[in-house]
Each structure stands twice: as structure tokens, then as C-alpha cells.
Write a protein that binds this ligand. Structure first.
Ligand code: KG4
Ligand code: ZN
Length: 343
């Protein structure tokens, strides 16, 4: 078969399969050409991601997703000069699917492999579109698996100032949703319902030293609150759903914003970025924008498609590593608890 004329040589193909989204993207010269995301529906009724089902769903989706990313970028395999993969952190079974496909393609196409740290990529999603923050900046990364406050000094230098000691912010939304009978992921639904309710119920703000976070106490408080209210009125949840959602959301936002303010103050940062799936939350966005007006901060929030898990952010992070010819060999294994590095 005759090879298509190469319109976009020197592209990097990036693959993300760390949790429950199968995604592939193509980047060239630091400019993203495609970002295809397949959202797994199988977890909806389980209140969270079921690892075994996630691996199987990645296995069937990954090749069509890669083909779609190449097609949308208008390039063919001959244009791909390196392949990037999320090495971790994430679910082992999910990471293995992406790692194995990456190795296969690297051998077949004779191209090098670039490893990407999933949380670094969430932060570097800010460099896909304008306006881009300038270094150094402070990033609050809030996703289903992580909650971190990170000082970002360069595209390769990350200092974790604070992190969750237990559940992640997204998990707090998702576990609340499970108690309320909402489908997974519950964050977007709680956000939507909260807009029609009032924060009538008070939940405790945890006392955690430093810049760390904790959400497990909130989960327990909600559980006992719902149990007590249902004893008095079995229909309590359905009759007060919007107010419960508004109250829980307000508490999660308060926990996040208090720490963000403290970190900004301690590090002297006025350039503030939000990343990760929970950055989509309309209440959090409003609260951070209000802080920004009051404290003269510049705030950066990526487009929604680059906030939740996507290979576009993996491609962006890979681009910076490509510039330094930072490749790994074929013998690599996924790293479910991969640490963030300060270079
Ligand atoms: O970054 P992400 O796609 O996955 C991880 O890396 O974990 O984040 C997914 C999380 C889920 O917990 C989901 O409920 C939450 O982001 N989420 C939201 C909203 N949209 C997504 N949480 C609150 N409000 C939203 N609008
Ligand atoms: Zn993520």
C-alpha cells in the first residue's frame, strides 16, 4: 500500500489509560492536533471505578481510540516519531493496557517511548491553550484520585506543598453521590443539583495541620447525618436532594479554598491554577474567582476536556520531555504509585 504523503511529520502519539477513560492524542511542535476520549460507562451503577472492568474496557477501546486520534490529526503512523504513555500513578490493570500497546507500537514503528506522570500532565494541561500561566505558579489539582497543592517552577519541576491524607476531593463528591443514590461519577450531578439548592446543613471542616487535606471525616459526617434524618423522614433524601448537594459542595469547596489561600499566602504566589476533574465544578470556579478578585490573583483553568482525564495533557507533558530527549527503554513497567519529581 502506498504511504500517504506526510502532512505532519515529527508528531508524538500520547496514550492515557490510568483510570477509567481511554484516550489518545497527537501533538506536533507543542500544538495539540487531536484529543480523543472514550468514557467508560460500565462503572455507572457501582458508585466508583471497578478496576477489573476498567482494564477490560480499555482493552477493547484502545485501538479504535488511537486510530481516531491519528485520523483527526490527519496523520499516519509514519508521522509519529515518539510514543508517550502515562506510566503512573493509576490502577495497575488499566496502566498495563496502555503500556503494552505502547511497547507494541514502539517495536512495530521503531520509535522511542516517553513516560509521563499523570499528575504532572494534569498541571501541564495549562499549556495546551492560551492564556498560559508563567512560572512559578501554584496549582490546585483536584481529581477523583488526587488532591494536591503544587508549586510549579518549570515544566519539569514540581514541589508538593500539600496533599490529601485520605480521600481525594473528587472521591468526596463520588462517595456522597453513592450515599444519595446518584450514578458514578457523581461530581457533575451534585454540581448541577447544588445550583438549585441552598446550603442549609452544616458539616464539619477538618482540623488538619499545614497545607494537607482530609475528606474522610466529611464522608462519615454525611453518612450519620443522612441516617439520622432518614429515621425521622424516610423520604428525606429525595425531598431535600438539592439542599444536601449544595451543603456538601459548599463544605468541600471551603476545605479546598482555605488551603489554597494559605498556600498562596505562604508561597507568595499570585498566579493560581486549577487542574483535574473537580476543577470543572462551577461552585469551586466561582469561589476561586472571588478570591482572585479580592487578592489580586491571576487564575488559570483549562478547558473542561483538558481538566478531566485526557491524552491531550499527556501529549503536552511528553512534548516537554521530548525537547530533552528523555526516553525510556522497552523494559519499563507501569508505576501505580509513581512519585512526582523535582528536577
Ligand atoms: O481528573 P479526573 O477525570 O480523574 C482522575 O484523575 O481521577 O477527575 C474525575 C473526578 C470525579 O471524581 C468526578 O466526580 C469529578 O472529577 N468531577 C466533578 C465535576 N466534574 C467532574 N466534581 C465536582 N463537580 C464537577 N462539575
Ligand atoms: Zn486524572
Amino acid at each position: 500500500m502506498k504511504k500517504k504523503t506526510s502532512q505532519y511529520p515529527n508528531c508524538i502519539l500520547a496514550i492515557e489509560s490510568s483510570c477509567d477513560d481511554t484516550s489518545a492524542a497527537v501533538i506536533r511542535g507543542g500544538k495539540l492536533l487531536s484529543n480523543v476520549i472514550h468514557i467508560q460507562e460500565v462503572h455507572k451503577n457501582y458508585g466508583g471505578v471497578v478496576p477489573e472492568l476498567a482494564s477490560r474496557a480499555h482493552q477493547s477501546a484502545i485501538i479504535p481510540v488511537i486510530e481516531a486520534a491519528l485520523n483527526q490529526a490527519n496523520c499516519n503512523k509514519g508521522d509519529i516519531e515518539a510514543i508517550a504513555i502515562t506510566r503512573g500513578p493509576g490502577l495497575m490493570g488499566s496502566l498495563l493496557v496502555g503500556a503494552s500497546v505502547t511497547k507494541g507500537l514502539a517495536i512495530a514503528w521503531d520509535i522511542p517511548i516517553i513516560e509521563v506522570h499523570h499528575m504532572e500532565a494534569h498541571i501541564l494541561a495549562h499549556f495546551i491553550d492560551d492564556p498560559k500561566p508563567s512560572f512559578p505558579f501554584l496549582c490546585l489539582t483536584v481529581s477523583g484520585g488526587h488532591t494536591q497543592l503544587v508549586k510549579v517552577s518549570s515544566a519539569r519541576s514540581f514541589d508538593i506543598l500539600g496533599k490529601t491524607l485520605d480521600d481525594a476531593a473528587g472521591e468526596a463528591f463520588d462517595k456522597t453521590g453513592k450515599m444519595l443514590g446518584l450514578p458514578y461519577p457523581a461530581g457533575p450531578e451534585i454540581d448541577r443539583l447544588a445550583q438549585g439548592g441552598q446550603a442549609l446543613y452544616d458539616f464539619p471542616i477538618p482540623k488538619v495541620p499545614g497545607l494537607d487535606f482530609s475528606f474522610s471525616g466529611l464522608k462519615t459526617a454525611i453518612l450519620y447525618f443522612l441516617r439520622d434524618q432518614k429515621k425521622k423522614d424516610p423520604n428525606f433524601i429525595s425531598e431535600h436532594l438539592a439542599d444536601i448537594c449544595a451543603s456538601v459542595q459548599k463544605t468541600i469547596i471551603q476545605i479546598l479554598v482555605e488551603r489554597l489561600m494559605a498556600a498562596a499566602h505562604e508561597s507568595g504566589s499570585t498566579s493560581i491554577a486549577l487542574a483535574g476533574g473537580v476543577a470543572a465544578n462551577s461552585g469551586l470556579r466561582k469561589a476561586v474567582e472571588k478570591c482572585a478578585r479580592e487578592n489580586n490573583w491571576s487564575v488559570y483553568i483549562p478547558q473542561l476536556q483538558y481538566c478531566t482525564d485526557n491524552a491531550g495533557m499527556i501529549a503536552m507533558a511528553a512534548w516537554y520531555r521530548r525537547l530533552q530527549e528523555d526516553f525510556i527503554d522497552l523494559g519499563f513497567t507501569p508505576s501505580p504509585r509513581m512519585a512526582m519529581k523535582h528536577h
